[in-house]
Design a protein around this ligand. Sequence first.
Ligand code: FDA
Length: 459
Amino acid sequence: MSSIERDVVIIGAGASGLTAATDLKKAGLTVAVLEARDRVGGRLWTDDIDGATLEIGGQWVSPDQDALIDTLAELGLETYSRYREGINVYLGEGGERRTFEGEIFPVAPTTEREIVSLIDRLDALVAEIDPDRPWDHPQAKELDEISFRRWLETQTEDEEARRNIGMFIAGAMLTKPAHAFSALQALLMAASAGSFSHLVDADFILDKRVKGGLQQVPLLLAERLGDDVFLNAPVRTLRWSDEGVTAIADGVEVRARRVILAVPPVLISRISYEPPLPRRQQQMHQHLSMGFVIKVHAVYETPFWREDGLSGTAFSPYELVHEAYDNSYHGDPRGTLVGFVSDEAADDVFRQSPEERKARILESLSHYYGEKALSPVVYYESDWGSEEWTRGAYAASFDMGGLARYGSDLRTPVGPVHFSCSDMAGRGYQHVDGAIRVGHETADAIIASLAPAGAASAS
Ligand code: FDA
């Protein structure tokens, strides 16, 4: 066991922890980043699977994500646009296949009116929400006591409109059923992206990808930090007092003046604290849980759907794969589709054998794109639920009532212990942009209290 001393020890080498470490080092402080896995990046993981470059974790960048965009520019990373030429596909309740352009699905005119009206009402409510302080909304408590599903039922009797609007937040974002989170949590999700309309607009929210993969961000940040990043070093115990901390990981022990817990909030309680964290933190972290989604990658000899005039964008609140896109990798002549199987549908297919699951998922893709979708040359399921150091996807959200009750304390430091993660962000919540944003803010707070006289904020 080696023992070292630093100004700040950072637990977790995801985008958030590495951003904070980079800022702290720039400000003249010494750092050590302890990472449980044998790689950096956490939920960013670009890998070669059977000869195809796949984004197993996060990948898309939207135009409002300026913290991420600044980091990409700083690291010299280039982006490219998601393929989106042509028409989109929507499957109705009976499986009937309809094509469309724009954002509004091809549904009956009455349903369309309800969808447009719901989007307007959600945009108006979201405009009243400060994503950094949703608990300050005058109706925060009330909105946190009603599930998003129930709230939608109070707004319209049109079941298809409710399912479609519900899908954008439930299956597509929080990856929990709409009965399992509150209306306030749903409004935070939309406010974190600027508006509800942004979530509905795939061309906005899923705009760009990074050449070489989004894991380049943590890889390049870690490269600059060099020997200050320790892999295979899960932190098991954290001793803390007003004088400082000792983080005890496998193979290395770090004494420091401050610590940043840059891990998903659901993993905070995996570490033993001496003394225990205060009552508030011990309670609060039990009210957050990870969503669950399977990201399915299917690579084909050619992007055959383009020949049929299809963009690859497909939705249905009635399908196993509720949304899918053309996800062909930059420079690869083959075509890749990415589809998502969320929450209870994901539970359902994980009860089956891998072969049965693959067959059902490909069958669902074929409902959108035709028979050719049944025969990919590469097939892969990103299953973050079985990853010990993540335990779900995409991120964590509060249970009913938890956001109004605990949200304002989520990032409040406890003595020398600070918290940083995308799952604690306001703007960019659950996204890499939020991870970076919170990383900068956490570093700034520590620099303000620790940096040598005259050192400026690094961000
Ligand atoms: P992250 O979880 O990445 O990092 C935490 C790190 O802490 C991990 O490396 C973990 O191993 C480590 N750790 C945990 N416990 C530890 C311990 N005890 N000791 C040491 N280390 C420990 N976002 C986006 O912007 N666009 C997108 O398209 C997507 N899509 C998407 C798809 C999928 C499938 C997933 C899973 C996620 C996304 N996301 C996304 C979300 C995005 O990937 C995510 O919000 C950020 O990468 C999270 O970064 P953090 O650094 O906050 O946590």
